[in-house]
Design a binder for this molecule. Structure first.
Ligand code: GAR
Length: 200
């Protein structure tokens, strides 16, 4: 057992509501972990705004800023090392994490996916596309999955999963809202599970 406070980086691309849910849960539960960095491929988004408001360091990092993908990936690893990051939480990050980062942070990266993996995962399956596919398939239930991140899209070990019903009158938007509400409760619980696993 160590007294070291786990240093978390969140990766976001959008509104950052999962980031906010985790931030508040860490404080409320007084867990021995804190979010010290928000990394985004977008310089301006809800997540970056929330980070600024709460005095969390931010970094805007995209492939376009570099001559090659390898340089981009190396810069990402460098930035995470510089901030002494222990765990990476993907919270609506709409980019694939470079393999170099996955290898450098093996079993230390988690993602939340807005469906019941292994169904409705993989490349191109994100955000509203997931909910549209669930409705098109005539599913009667959907949900959220928190999983470890490996080199393959949405294929890492599942940490936790929770179901929500799909209602006959659902649109992709109403289903997305129901799943998101579920995510906000599930993600902090799954992160706590990961922290327990890492400390045991
Ligand atoms: C969430 O529903 C999350 O599951 C999804 O994007 C949304 C982000 O919302 N992620 C993916 O689809 C990744 N494959 P947020 O920015 O408000 O947390």
């Amino acid at each position: 057992m160590t007294n070291h406070k786990t240093r978390i980086a969140v990766f976001c691309s959008g509104s950052g509501s999962n980031f906010q849910a985790i931030f508040h849960a860490l404080k409320k539960k007084q867990l021995n972990a804190e979010i010290v960095l928000c990394l985004s491929n977008r310089s301006q988004c809800g997540a970056m705004e929330f980070a600024h408001q709460n005095v969390i360091a931010t970094v805007h990092l995209t492939e376009k800023q570099f001559a090659s993908f390898d340089e981009f990936a190396a810069a990402m690893v460098g930035c995470l090392r510089e901030q002494r990051i222990d765990i990476i939480v993907l919270a609506g990050y709409m980019r694939k994490v470079p393999d170099t980062v996955v290898v450098a942070f093996q079993d230390k990266i988690i993602n939340i996916h807005p469906a019941l993996l292994p169904k409705f995962g993989g490349e191109g399956m994100y955000g509203i596309y997931v909910h549209t596919a669930v409705l098109d398939a005539g599913e009667t239930e959907s949900g959220a999955t928190v999983h470890l991140v490996n080199e393959e899209y949405d294929k890492g070990r599942i940490l936790m999963q929770r179901k929500v019903p799909v209602l006959p009158e659902d649109t992709p938007e109403t289903l997305a809202a129901r799943v998101l509400e579920c995510e906000h409760r599930l993600y902090p619980e799954a992160l706590e599970k990961l922290l327990d696993e890492q400390n045991s």
